[in-house]
Ligand binder design. Sequence first.
Ligand code: HEC
Length: 124
Amino acid sequence: MTGFISASRAALCGTLLLLAACGSGQDGKPAAATASAAPPPAASPAIQKIYATTCSNCHGRPGTGAPQTGDIQAWAPRMAQGREIVLNHIINGYKGMPPMGMCMQCSEDDFVAVAEYMSGAKLQ
Ligand code: HEC
């Protein structure tokens, strides 16, 4: 019971952190996720869930060295590498990025969808 409560609290904090990070919009551009709690239309609930339980631990937490969700400038050169290279970096790991982003049950399509969600860019 307590475990469940603290788990949901952790998830909530993650969401708040994410909103705070997005809201601070370093360059004054509107962030991908604005003040409303509504998810960006591109991300399905399943993708949201993968993001919230794994990727957000780093990509929604400044100071981890990971490009932050909604930081379009940080993501642009990475996404520009193209689908094959980015997928390879996700699956095999890349510097501080752990193999499969610690989502062992995720499919390639999941990874692409989450990367597009975090970056606000499409993988070609
Ligand atoms: C333990 C922390 C951590 C987790 C969890 C994590 N990442 Fe990362 N990720 C990083 C870091 C750090 C980098 C930056 C690596 C670098 O370039 O130095 C990164 C980079 C990336 C990149 C860019 C790779 C490139 O070619 O520049 C993608 C895409 C990515 N992560 C996707 C994901 C996805 C999708 C998930 C969840 C399934 C995820 N990450 C989970 C830490 C993490």
